[in-house]
Structures are given as C-alpha cells and as structure tokens.
Ligand binder design. Structure first.
Ligand code: TNX
Length: 527
C-alpha cells in the first residue's frame, strides 16, 4: 500500500529523498502540445497556492516547471503494459515530484487530468502534517462551483497565499476498470446544473469518469427534447411530494457535458423506457390507449407505468426523443433504462427495448440498459447494468455470454440512496443498510460468478432521489461512500484493504469541509 494520502489508492507510490517541490512565484506550467490541459492544471495549482500559476509555451528543461508529457507506451510510465486494455490505458498516469520540478506523464489527456488531481491530494497531506500553520481554504473539490450548502464558517478565502509543498514522490498508476461512474436521479427530485457541477468536481477528485443522468421517470421529465417540447412544458413541473421541478435546456446539457469532459468525465444521458414513463404519458396523451393524458404522479411507487407497442404513436415518440438525445450527446453512450416494467409481457417488453436500441445504434451510439434489458436481443457490446442482486446474475449471464458488457451497480454495495444505518434520517432501505465498509469490502468479480474480468466494463454508484431533496441530502449520502466505490473501481483488489482505506479517506474530509459539502461521519473511520 502507500503512505501517501491518495484515494483511490494507486498501483504504486514511492516517496523519494529530498524536500519535495515548493510552489512559488517562479513556478509555471509548460503547455507543450496540450494548452487546455495545461490551463486546467495551472488552475488547480493556482487554487492550491493562492496565487496565479502561469502557463508558458515552452521551457520544459528549466527548473520550477510543471511539465505535462504524453508518452506512447505504458513502459515509459513505468507500468508493465501486459494487460493494459485501451479503456484502462486512457486513465494511466505517472506523477514525479522532485525539488526541481513536477512532471505529469500519461498516455492520454484523461491520464494527465487524473495526475493533476493526485497533486491536490499530495498537497493535502502536507497541510495535514503541518496542521495549525495553514488552515485556510484550498483546492477542495467543488470550489469551481458554489458549494452545496453551508460553507464552514471561518473558512478562509480560496485565494490566500500560503506555502504549498508537494512531497518528493513517484506515483505510477492505471485504473482497474475503464468505467468508473455515478448515476444521479434528477427525475424524482431535480438538481440544477450548479449542483451537478459540484458533483462533477467531487467525481473528478476521485478519478471517476462517467456521470450518468437519470433524466426521466414517473415523477418528472428533466431534459428539453426539441422535437417534443410538451415533455418539459408539462412534466418538468412535477417532482416527488409536489416539490419543485425543473429541467435542463439543450444549452444546459451542452455546458454541463463540456464542463465534465474538461475534467475527464463523460456524461451518459438516460431516457427510461418502456416503464417509468408516467411523466411522458402525462405530457403526451397520444401515448396512452385512451388518448387521454395520464394524471401527474408524485409518489414513490415503481413499476406501474408503460408504453404500448401496439399504439402507432409509440415508435415515432421513441424515434424523435432518442434521436434528439443522441444528437445532444457527444459521448458514445445513450442509456435506455429498461428497469422494472411490472405490467408488460416479456415479448412486448423485448420489442420495445429492441426498437429503442436500434434507434440509438442507428445514431452511432452504444446502448446502455438496466439488467432487465438482457431479456431482449442485444447487439454485442451493449452495456448491461446489474443493480438487483436478487435475480441480476442469472438475468445477465446469458447476455454477457452472448457478447454484452457488464456494468456493476449491486444495490447492497453502491446504491448510495440506501441508509447507512437505521438512524440515517433520509434514504431507502429496500436492499438493506449500506455502511461505508459495505461499499468498500466487496469483490466485483463475485457479483456474477464466473464472468471474466474482460466482460466487466466497470462499476457505477447510483443515487436515487425519492427522499433526497437538497444538496445537503445528496452529499451526505454520497460522501464518504463515493470514495469507497471509486477505490473499488480503480484499484485492483490485491492493492487495496479496508484498514488502509479507512486511514486514507480521513484526508478527504478536510477538502469536503472546505468546499462546504455535507458528509457523513461514519463511525467506522477514526476521523
Ligand atoms: C430501484 S435501480 C430502481 C429505482 C429506484 C431505486 C431506489 C433501478 C433500475 N430502479 O427506480 O429509485 O430502486 O433505490
């Protein structure tokens, strides 16, 4: 393991002799071939230092430089490249800190962005080691956007100058899985772009790389779809418990997607079909057998609403909506939902899922669906997301054997809307309680026994928002469990242990405090 306070734990980290590197007035980032990454790195360092760290075009051989390098092969990072798949390779990086300079190397831009977050976590340790000397705000995640709520009173300004030292070290690292995600349900309760930017900041700090947005459900429709403006005109207004609704415009989604991409994160939009569609049926009466719009629904039951394969309006609805959503999505994936349709025969379900999948694929996107889509005929390479451990393994195994890829979201480990324990004021309990250690201590390959690692694209946490109404609610359920899931997704099992994680995760708490984020003080960790 490592004595450096890195979460997720890296493959290897070695502290070396010497005082490390002190950020100072001469420090500059050398842009090289990637000025936009250099700017992002300079921005992070400036926040750490409390003064502006400039970017210069060249000078990579000079002292006091932060140098970014893209290299051609894993060996140049010091990684044995034996089993480095392309999905893993994009996240790989090397950080080298000496008294003279800081060097970030990677095989791709994403790796450079991860390396920049490693610098932030390295500085954290230095501050903790000198507690008292240096207690004001810093580059906590979330400081790009307004904090969720309740910035700690007395926290200093983010731009106060201070001595910032990075310990002399070499970190060489690559992720275990290429998909390290978080799904956020913005349908049951709406969270605006500002909150999602804070979520992105927290995700990036943990080297997560997929933000899945559950944009539609029975209780609300949260994305303007230009071909069907009635969807948000009518159904953005509702939410669980008659709380306020809301929606994202086309521009909101584009801006959020760009914000996420600049931090190494791909946005995957979900339109949940053919169930969980009451908001659509409420906005578009043509989708119901009677032709009358459904009543709005603001409760928290699931499984009752459905599309109808035999209505002539259904296929055009799927085509218009999914074509628009694909066009709004620069990333490679569109999620078609597919969960919990309790009022439909298997044949009709399969027909509707297959129709949706062919439309998405016709737009050049890869389909993602919840585990139930394994009942339909799937194109090889489709991503099937396991969530319900009661029947998930049996459901997905034949699909995986036929070429589908598996995304792991076992509820009892990574459903971060489940209560920590009986005293948690909000959250659900249907799959039990999920304490921090439950999110950490599990073997991804045991979820579907016998499935090879090469069929597993990755791991995704989820937060459903039936009971989650405010940013404080949201972050108090995400943190610290999201850090545990991030480590399961990043770090091979033989390189991680609960005892070690429980020590390292403490170092993140200060950054959450400084960002004004509410988090849960799990009694399992000696904070
Ligand atoms: C199951 S997970 C659901 C959601 C609920 C969630 C609550 C999944 C695909 N469906 O509709 O919000 O449980 O934990």
């Amino acid at each position: 393991m490592t004595d450096l306070p890195l979460v997720p734990a890296p493959l290897s980290a070695t502290t070396t002799d010497g005082p490390g590197y002190v950020l100072g007035p001469r420090t500059r980032v050398v842009a090289g071939p990637h000025p936009e990454v250099a700017a992002a790195v300079a921005h992070r360092l400036s926040r750490l230092a409390g003064f502006a760290v400039p970017v210069t075009a060249n000078g990579a051989d000079e002292p006091d430089t932060v140098v970014l390098r893209l290299v051609d092969d894993a060996a140049a990072l010091g990684l044995p490249d034996a089993d480095l798949t392309p999905e893993r390779a994009v996240g790989a990086y090397r950080v080298e800190v000496t008294e003279r300079r800081v060097t970030l190397s990677a095989l791709a831009v994403d790796g450079l962005l991860h390396a920049a977050t490693v610098l932030e976590q390295l500085v954290q340790r230095d501050r903790d080691a000198h507690a008292g000397a240096d207690t004001d705000a810093d580059a906590a995640p979330g400081t790009d956007a307004a904090p969720g709520a309740g910035a700690r009173p007395g926290a200093g300004p983010a731009d106060a100058p201070r001595t910032v030292r990075l310990p002399a070290a070499v970190v060489v690292d690559a992720p275990r899985f290429g998909w390290r995600g978080l799904s956020v349900d913005v349908a049951r309760h709406f969270f605006g772009p500002e909150v999602l930017r804070t979520v992105v900041d927290v995700m990036a700090s943990l080297r997560l790389n997929v933000l899945h947005l559950h944009l539609t459900d029975d209780q609300g429709w949260r994305l303007d779809v230009p071909s069907r403006p009635q969807l948000v005109d009518v159904s953005s207004k509702t939410a669980v418990g008659d709380d306020p609704g809301g929606y994202y415009t086309v521009d909101d989604l584009a801006e959020l997607t760009a914000y996420a991409r600049a931090r190494g994160i791909t946005v995957v939009p979900e339109i949940d079909l053919p169930g969980h569609v009451n908001a659509a049926l409420h906005a578009l009466g043509e989708l119901t057998p009677s032709g009358e719009p459904a009543d709005a629904y603001t409760g928290i039951e699931v499984g009752f609403s459905r599309l109808h394969a035999d209505l002539p309006t259904t296929e055009p609805f799927l085509r218009d909506v999914l074509t628009d959503v694909a066009a709004m999505t620069p990333g490679p994936y569109v999620h078609v939902g597919g969960d919990e349709v309790h009022t439909m025969e298997r044949a009709e379900y399969a027909q509707l899922v297959e129709t949706a999948a062919r439309i998405v694929e016709g737009q050049g996107k890869t389909v993602v669906g919840w585990q139930e889509v394994a009942k339909a005929t799937l194109t090889p390479g489709t991503v099937v997301q396991l969530w319900d451990e009661r029947d998930g393994a049996e459901l997905v195994r034949p699909a995986v054997e036929a070429g589908a890829l598996l995304l792991l979201s076992p509820a009892s480990k990574v459903y971060l809307d489940l209560k920590y324990d009986a005293s948690t004021p909000i959250g659900l309990e249907w799959a039990g309680h999920v304490e921090l250690r439950d999110s950490y201590d599990w073997d991804p390959l045991a979820v579907v026994p016998g499935v090879p690692e090469s069929s597993v694209v990755g791991i995704e946490a989820a937060i459903w928002t039936e009971t989650v109404r405010t940013p404080d609610d949201l972050f108090s359920l995400l943190l610290p469990r999201l850090a545990a899931v991030a480590e399961v997704a990043w770090t091979p099992d033989d390189r991680r242990s609960w005892a070690d994680f429980a020590v390292r995760v403490r170092h993140l708490a200060g950054s959450w405090d400084r960002a004004g984020l509410r988090w849960y003080r799990s009694p399992q960790v000696p904070w």
